[in-house]
Design a protein around this ligand. Structure first.
Ligand code: SF4
Length: 465
């Protein structure tokens, strides 16, 4: 998960008003930003490249990382000046704060930033048009931070397709796990799984709109258990088999998973569904059973080992990615050593690692035995050095290998085309940009710090990866 701000391009047919959305956080927030753009399209909102040219600005926030709300408040300070400038020029700008910071700190936002017009939590985006209309008429912030997840998905318009070859599809929201360090159960609410029919319909629309790869999204995606049309309950593996039947869908991924919900059927699906990519993001957070218990992770290190071994048994080219937190309250040197041992034994193609930071309202925030910053720094450096080396090793091991690439668009240099390997690595090769949206075979020539370069072997489109 990243916390970098990204602007989400919005594809809207009419351009009478302009909308700028700044998105922090994971792909689920990017998905939500696109859905907010969809829901505002009928009101005539088209994309703005900058806040300066926008009639409405939405900050879609993420509460995962440290200082998330400070970043939002400093952005709001800059937007206040812009809003005042526009007002002096006789223009109105609607300012909204959405996402997990809005959910967790709605009251504080309206108190500290009364120039904000709308505060809305992640489950109420379908009410955005109504809130925009009210905000345009009345002074004072409109706040909606309820948790009606089911209603949100029922009432949002059908997802728009921009024709891109990689699409995201939210199938699950919220979390019941309550890890000690995490705000998600408080900001996104209880686990909710979308029904099978809605997911399949959205997947088919995405594919007919040009998607060749679909990444299923959920805060706890492998806990998904949706109602099928016949009233039975499906688990994620059953859904994956059904999605694999969609003509033209070449690649399927799912993220983010919890080790406890990696059941045998799901592991087995990795060996039986060729469209399921051999790359899985499976956060483990720590290699110490004592810390896993303190984190309320509800699994032990041994379960993670068994899952990794089984996945590689059924799919020998399987690569794993993970999340790590160092310096959780109570973490001792021997716990950190257990994490290092886990990393050494499993080996990761990619990983995200962070120092523990206190999230207000989470159980770990008030725990004794907080780890000093300099100790956290040293442990993080040690861990990241090994993870970086493993990532480099993994990329270098790809050199000389042949694999299928899903091409996504032109590369950075003239004559190049760019895409993704089955293991999600960015790759570029000399070739026509017209390959975008298709799969073609390459030989990997070199591994660079953040990408691979390759030679096209066959420009003919492949049926699947
Ligand atoms: S499983 Fe834990 S870390 Fe993941 S969303 Fe749920 S509470 Fe947060």
């Amino acid at each position: 998960m990243t916390s970098e701000a990204v602007s989400v391009p919005v594809s809207v047919p009419t351009n009478r008003k302009k909308l700028f959305i700044r998105t922090w956080g994971c792909q689920m927030n990017v998905y939500d930003s696109n859905r907010m753009a969809d829901v505002l399209a009928p009101l005539g909102y088209g994309p703005a490249a900058t806040p300066e040219e926008a009639d409405m600005v939405i900050l879609n926030t993420c509460h995962i990382r440290e200082k998330a709300s400070e970043k939002v408040f400093s952005d709001l300070g800059r937007l206040r000046l812009l809003k005042n400038e526009k007002a002096a020029a006789g223009q109105k700008m609607v300012l909204a704060v959405a996402g997990c910071v809005a959910q967790a700190e709605g009251a504080e936002i309206t108190a500290r930033a009364p120039w904000v017009d709308i505060v809305l939590g992640p489950q109420t985006y379908h009410r955005l048009p109504e809130m925009v209309a009210r905000a345009s008429r009345a002074a004072g912030a409109q706040i909606d931070t309820d948790f009606p997840a089911e209603q949100k998905f029922d009432l949002l318009p059908q997802v728009s397709t921009d024709g891109g070859p990689i699409a995201f599809l939210t199938i699950q929201e919220g979390c019941d796990k309550f890890c000690s360090f995490c705000v998600v159960p408080y900001t996104r609410g209880a686990e909710f799984s979308r029904p099978v029919a809605a997911i399949l319909a959205e997947a088919k629309r995405l594919v007919s709109g040009g998607a060749r790869e679909i990444a299923l999204l959920g805060q706890n995606v492998n806990a998904w258990h949706g109602e099928a049309p016949d009233g039975s309950a499906w688990t994620l593996s059953r859904l994956l088999y059904e999605l694999a039947e969609i003509d033209g869908l070449a690649r399927i991924r799912y993220t983010t998973s919890h080790p406890r919900d990696m059941d045998d059927a799901l592991i087995g699906a990795h060996g039986r569904i060729p469209q399921l990519m051999p790359f899985l993001h499976l956060p483990v957070q720590s290699g110490s059973d004592k810390m896993l218990s303190a984190m309320n992770r509800q699994h032990k290190a041994d379960l993670f080992f068994r899952i990794a071994d089984r996945l590689r048994e059924v799919r020998p080219d399987m690569a794993l990615s993970s999340d790590f937190i160092v310096g959780h309250p109570g973490e001792k040197d021997e716990d950190h050593a257990a994490t290092m041992a886990l990393v050494g034994r499993v080996g990761f193609a990619l990983a995200y690692s962070f120092k523990y930071s206190q999230r207000p309202g989470t159980p770990a925030a008030g725990q004794p035995f907080q780890v000093p910053e300099d100790v956290k720094d040293a442990r993080l450096q040690e861990l990241q050095a090994v993870l970086r080396r493993q990532q480099d090793d993994f990329n270098r091991a790809c050199v000389g290998r042949e694999c299928d690439i899903l091409w996504t668009g032109p590369g950075r240099h003239p004559g190049q085309v760019a895409g993704r390997t089955p293991w999600l690595q960015p790759v570029h090769a000399m070739g026509p940009a017209s390959l975008a949206g298709s799969l073609a075979r390459v030989r990997i020539d070199a591994a660079h710090p953040n990408s691979l370069s390759a030679t096209l072997l066959d420009e003919k489109e492949l049926a699947c990866a």
